[in-house]
Write a protein that binds this ligand. Sequence first.
Ligand SMILES: [Zn+2]
Length: 504
Amino acid sequence: MSGYSDAFKQEVELSLSRRHFCGLIASTGALGFCGGCAVNPATGKEDLILVGAGDEKAIGLREHPKILAQFGGVYDDPSVTGYVASIGGRLAAATETPGLGFTFTLLNSPVVNAFALPGGYVYITRGLMALAQNEAELAGVLGHEIGHVSARHSAQRMSQTMLAQLGVGLLGAIVGGQSSQLAGGVAGLYLKSYSRDQEFEADMLGVRYMNRAGYDARAMASFLRGLRANSRLDAKIEGRPPGDIDAFDIGATHPRTIERVQRAVANSGKGRAGGKRQGRDDYLNTLDGMIFGDGPDQGYVLGQRFAHPKLRFEFTVPPGFALRNKLDRLTAASRKKGATIVFDAAPKPFQGSMAAYLSNVWARGARVQQLERITVNGMPAATGWVRGSGPKGPLAFRLIAIRFNARAIYRFLFAAPPSVMPSLSTAFQRTTYSFRRLTPAQVEDLKPRTLAIVEADSGDSSERLVQRMAFDAYRRERFNVLNGLEGSTPPKSGSRLKLVVRSG
Ligand SMILES: [Zn+2]
C-alpha cells in the first residue's frame, strides 16, 4: 500500500503525457528525422531513433523517483542492494557500452517484476529475488534488462510512438479532434510491452553478457521455469484458470518462451566455453533474513484480517472472501456469491463531513439512497447505497466513507447482485465496524515474514520443513516453488533450502 491513492498514478500519467511528448519533440528538433540513424553497437543494426542518448539519460533521471514511489522505494538493506549492484556492474562491464553508466535498484516490493528505463536504469523487486535459485538466475534477469537498454528498445519505442503521435496529431488538427487523445498514448510508455523481436534480442544480449561475465547462461531458462511455476501457483491460489497466468505479472511485459531462451543459450555456446558460475551459496547467504511478501509499508493480509502497522488500522472481511493486497487498494471477493469488497483511501483530502464527501465527491453524479451519518469505533463516517451494473448484470453498491484523521479518509465499497445483497448485509456491516485504529502494542506485534535459509539433514523429512512455512494454506506448493522443487521428492541431505518464517 505504498502509493495508496489513484491521484498519484494520475499525476504520473499526466506528467508523462503532454509535457513529456512536447519536450521530446523540442529536444530532438522535431522533424529532423534521420538525425537519429546510427549503428547500434550492441545489435549492429541501424536504428531510426529520434531520442538522443542524452535525452534518454534525462528521461531516466526524471522518471526514477516516480518508479521508486510506485514500487515501495529501495529495499532498505545495503548488503542486499550492494550485492545486486555488484552483479549488475559485472554484467554492465561486459556490454558494448560499459561507459554508459548503469544504475541497479532493488525495489522494496513483494510483486515479481523486473524492468528498465531509458538511460541505464535497471530495476528488480525483492519478490523476484526471493524466487531466483542462484546468482546466475539473477544475472540472467539483469542481463536481459541490460539488453533492452543497450539495444535502445525504449528509445525505438518512443520514436515509433512519436511518429504515430505526429500522424494522430496532424489528423486531429484537421478534423478538430481533441489534443488530449494525442497525449494519451504516451502515458505509461516505458513499462508497456516490447515486441517479440525485442524480447529475443534482449535474451541474446543477456546471454552474451552472462557468458562474458562468467555466468552459467542456462540459468536464464531455469529462472523462466521458476517464474512460470510461481505464476501457476498464484493462479491456483486465486482460483484463476492456469491459462490466465501470462496476463498478470512479468509475463505481460515479457512474453518470452522458455524454448526460445534455451535456443539463445545453445546458439551462444557453439565453439566457445561459456561461463560456469552459478553462485548458489553466495546468493542464499544474501537472501537469508530478507523480507518476504508484504512488509510494514504494504500492510499484512492475515487470513480474513488486514492490518497496516504504518498506517495504523485494521479490519476483517467475512469468511469466504479472499483478501488481496493490490498496494493501492485491497480487494476481497467471494466467487460463490458474486460479491466483492474494495477498500482504499480517498485520493484527495476533503475537509467537509463524510456525508457531504460521499454524496458530492465519491458518488458524485450517482443517486445515493438512504444516506446516513454513522460512527465507526469513534470515527465519523457516512454510508449510503447506489445502483449500478457490472459485467454480469445489475449490482447494488454499499458505500462507506470513514474519516480517519484530518488528511485521510478510508472507503469500503461492497458490491453484490441486488438479490444477494440482503443476505450479506449483516456480514458487510460487521466488516465496516471491524475497522479500527491499532494500539501501539498491536503495531509492535505485527512483524513481516522473512526468508530463512536452512540445511536439510538426513533426518529432516521434507514434510517437517514444509510445516515450518508461515502460511495457512498451500505450504507444500509454496515450498516447492520457492526452492525450484517438484512433487514430494525429499531434498538431498546437506542441501540448502529457503523457508518463509514469521520473524519476531
Ligand atoms: Zn524483456
